[in-house]
Write a protein that binds this ligand. Structure first.
Ligand code: IMP
Ligand code: MG
Length: 183
């Protein structure tokens, strides 16, 4: 049986960018920070499926305050590596967020278009506040100002997989984050 750590699979991965322990420590810090900032405000954490599912699971366990867990699924039109900014809601929240403190939990911000759309949609529902936590933020020259309140790691503008992130639906279960290469 071929496991994920077999070199067979690693032919498709260029290098490990952030290892498991480093991710774990940073997620713990983010959780502590969120707990300190939100205290007893009972925020609604909104995970963006599918990529954020592992980050969400680890982050909420690192955030020891009362909070609600929700998920949204969106699909963005465009090619595999470029989003167009036109986004469709595939799965919506299960509760109203009017008057609530909302924390959007994103896996990675690339162009920022998905996040911009989500912010617009959720703000129209009159929450008390909306903040964004993204585990990975691609540093790009051309991107304008996006309100990302909490960032796990700034990373180079390369395609990465693992810890929830996929390439063609694969590699989400890698416990670390690696740079994908098509060779
Ligand atoms: P954006 O709208 O361009 O910011 O794209 C955001 C979404 O595209 C993320 O939530 C991911 O699902 C996906 N994405 C962007 N960059 C990567 C990457 O390097 N690896 C895997 N998925 C990515
Ligand atoms: Mg994706």
């Amino acid at each position: 049986m071929a496991t994920l750590d077999d070199s067979v699979l690693h032919h498709e991965l260029d290098r490990v960018l952030i290892d498991q322990d480093t991710i774990r420590e940073r997620v713990k810090q983010l959780g502590r920070q969120l707990a300190a900032d939100y205290g007893d405000r009972h925020p609604v954490f909104v995970g963006v499926l599918t990529g954020a599912f592992i980050f969400m699971a680890d982050l909420v366990r690192a955030t020891p305050i009362p909070l609600d867990i929700e998920f949204m699924a969106v699909s963005s039109y465009g090619s595999a590596t470029h989003t167009s900014g036109v986004v469709r809601i595939l799965k919506d929240l299960e509760q109203p967020i009017e008057g609530r403190d909302v924390v959007i939990v994103e896996d990675i911000i690339d162009s920022g278009l998905t996040l911009q759309y989500l912010l617009d949609v959720l703000k129209r529902r009159n929450p008390r506040s909306v903040s964004v936590v993204a585990l990975f933020n691609k540093v790009k020259a051309e991107r304008g100002n996006l309100p990302v309140d909490y960032v796990g790691f700034d990373i180079p503008d390369e395609f990465v997989v693992g810890y929830g992130l996929d390439a063609g639906r694969r590699f989400r279960n890698l416990p670390y984050v690696a740079v994908y290469s098509k060779r």
